[in-house]
Design a binder for this molecule. Structure first.
Ligand SMILES: [Zn+2]
Ligand SMILES: [Zn+2]
Length: 153
């Protein structure tokens, strides 16, 4: 059982970007907990600290126009073209890949705990995250997961 398993839920969450042009409904399987990544792409993309929760592709309904940026050959980052709010990161190597949705779009996600933090050795000094969540350095994460070579601070 992975750490996320105890936070697996089904049910409905409603989210929206800053301007409201994009609305995201989750109705089905998701993980009611947040993981943070400090890789260089996530830092630049977020502007501060990047975190997300997972939702099954068939549970997610998007309304409104979105812009997708292929940040790696196997993943995209989506944002609202009107207000710039980050929406998700998603692998593009399979059609049924989970969405990694930005928690702050969803009022209900304010209660989600932080359960993992990766690229901890790349974390900037200004966002120390306390707690007993699972942590992995760049080397520990890349040993077991798809990644882009050459992440630089
Ligand atoms: Zn917007
Ligand atoms: Zn990252």
């Amino acid at each position: 059982m992975s750490l996320a398993d105890q936070y697996r839920r089904t049910g409905r969450l409603e989210g929206a970007c800053l301007c409201g042009a994009v609305r995201i409904a989750v109705d089905g399987a998701h993980v009611a907990a947040v993981g943070v990544c400090h890789c260089s792409m996530c830092q630049r993309s977020s502007g501060l600290v990047w975190g997300a929760f997972e939702a099954a592709a068939d549970a997610v309904t998007i309304s409104g126009a979105v812009t997708r940026y292929a940040s790696t050959p196997f993943s995209e980052r989506a944002f609202c073209p009107v207000c710039g709010s980050n929406l998700w990161l998603r692998n593009t190597d399979r059609d049924d890949a989970d969405y990694e949705l930005m928690p702050a779009l969803f009022p209900a996600a304010r209660a989600f705990p932080l359960i993992s933090e990766i690229y901890t050795d790349r974390a900037p000094a200004y966002v120390p995250l306390s707690g007993d969540h699972r942590r992995a350095t760049r080397a520990e994460y890349e040993a077991n997961n798809l990644h882009l070579e050459g992440d630089m601070p």
